[in-house]
Design a protein around this ligand. Sequence first.
Ligand code: BMA
Length: 795
Amino acid sequence: MGPAALLLPVLLLPLAVAAGGPEVRSLRGSWRLRSGNGSVSLRAEVPGCVHTALLCRGLIQDPYYRFNDVMYRWISLDNWTYSRTFKTPFDIRKWQKVNLVFEGVDTVAQILLNNVTLGRTDNMFNRYSFDITSVIQEVNLVEVRFLSAVSYAAEQSRCHKAHSIPPACPPPVQKGECHVNFIRKEQCSFSWDWGPSFPTQGIWKDVRIEAYNHCHLIYFSITSVFAKSAQQWYLEVESIFDVVSSKPIAGLVTVNIPKLQTQQTFSVKLQPGEGSIVLLVNINKSAAVEAWWPNGHGKQTGYNMTTTFMMEAGCQIEKFSKVYFRTVELVQEPIPGSPGLSFYFRINGRPIFIKGSNWIPADSFQDRVTYDTLRLLLKSAADANMNALRVWGGGIYEQDEFYNICDEIGIMIWQDFMFACALYPTDQNYLESVRAEVSHQVRRLKSHPSIILWSGNNENEAAIASNWFSIPYPDIGVYIKDYVTLYVKNIREIVLSEDKSRPFVASSPTNGLESVKEGWLSRNPYDTHYGDTHFYDYNSDCWNWTVYPKTRFASEYGFQSWPSFSTIEKVSSPEDWSYTSNFSLHRQHHEGGNIQMLQEVGRHFKLPQSPDPVKQFKDMIYLTQVMQAQCIKTETEFYRFSQSEIINGEGHTMGALYWQLNDIWQAPSWASLEYGGKWKLLHYFAQNFFAPLLPVAYEDKGMLHIYGVSDLHEDHKLALRASVSQQDDIYIFVLQTTTIAPFVTLDVGSIKGRFSDNGFLMTEKKKMVVFYPWEPTSVEELESSLILTSLLDIV
Ligand code: BMA
């Protein structure tokens, strides 16, 4: 990165802007794909991957069907090549610089243009740009020669002589591939405890040629900051340029936000090479800025902003963006009456209880994940009253559309970096690749108000602290050093230098500041007095709230269930339809998972006994969903009502993110949304247990405790309400309550007739009662006579 240019605010001038920018030739579309020895050759769409290309040409069946994940292992063990020819649509001589840009290559490949090797790729989370100015011709051949990710990972592990980096392989129940921690690729693509092994190869994001003269804008980002002392919002607008000319390029940059009556012009100078300029835009103090709020807390207001760069030598660029204003703080401070520290998020100055779940990749084949797929899943999260999701570190940094939707609908994102449940190498090449990945992802994503936290990894602090991989005690120092090198000295350092607008934690679960104090690895990252916790218990009765940890923040907890029969049916055949079939065992990737579900169901329900195995299977599916919904309801309600109390030094729980929101394929898992988006019972339950106003009742040593949990910004008067409608000769009273109401009584004065029920305990939010009149009456008459009373009204 070159030195930042000098910024001088100048007089506001209206500017006429001519559109400028690079000449772009997309290379999306039809490519040739061939296997290592050329025996298979086909047409393949880019962006895409080998599996979906083979499926599309009818060369393989649905990879999710029955046992195909194992049958099609050969695909990921082969080394495939993508190629295509293309004509250069412009006069090459007119351009100073031409780049071949890949937004994402999955993963290990050699890139050639006209038989010249441009470079190699080894990280699917990086953006690769190759200078092809001297290689491009009128007609070109581009080739991407992949190496199997599985062979590459094995080879990297073999070459790593210093010390072993566990785990070597996933447990056999996952039927996966080994050494995934040696490759910067979606970690769950080598299998997970809810997902198949499909180590894809392909060009999974946009690919194009870009030609430009003088200067080219590579990244453009905006973050908002509220200056407390001046009581004013300002924006940090960062632009990263590639300047081709040998001399600096001067010019004017104008930022305009009409709705906030804000326009500012800066004089800038871009130095040759790659460098950044940062503009601080003061928002007009007299403009009323509406902040961006999470779902359930207010609107997600955004403002249109135009940035025009009028640079020398005809370099003119115009950018249109949406800007949002919100602050985020992760509050870790002493709590009276409790050892340890708090761990909660303050958004726009207001403590917010985080309600939601954990997000995993929506498909093993990312090219199948469309805008509509993402919208459906994310909208389902918002519809279930969630305000946050954690993008879990074993998957991918999601597509831009994912974060755009979250911005629009108010879903806050806890963003992990992509490291999970493993130790990782720290040799120089590996670190360089990770450093490029982190800069790229932070630059790409930091404008999104939805992202409220960067987090270094999933469970890797815990993996060392609890010695998951049985490392002999004298050797542990090496792994601790590796841990600090990777997440603290590299990832954290880059994040802080790229983005100061949101907090960073090194891991999840972590003790936060306490972990930092203990050298970034605390003795017990699951300590309920600090940070966040992950909690799984398949042996206790999940209806018993006393088994749950009274934590500061529950970032993972869950129970499995089976997806509905209609979902399973699509990838199975009749012989598979029993709870103990080979198929049912095959799809279960969590050791003992099917038996655990059976035991948990058996604690409160009679196990299905039908002699018909298919009926028994369907009954079992139903019961696992009931069980899962009830378990997570109990646990979530426990976390929500623990928010404002400290008992025996524990409490002040300020987050509940259950594991997991969505599924990657059709199989038993912890998800509340099935593959394809269908809601399991749990998701319907979530709509209720995440409701802004929640009555919770629980029993403790013979005493019934009733809590009213509220996420609202103002006190809410608990009300009993009724609407009346006529249906033929009868009248329907729909009662709604925001709390548990004992002895609810309807009285319509002297209108003759009777109710279907009266004087009842209302535990549901809605109840329907029928009025049978004994003489003619009307809706109006009933409405004006109605008196609704419950014990709550008695003063
Ligand atoms: C947590 C997650 C995942 C896993 C889940 C269920 O540890 O981070 O790795 O899928 O539990 O076992």
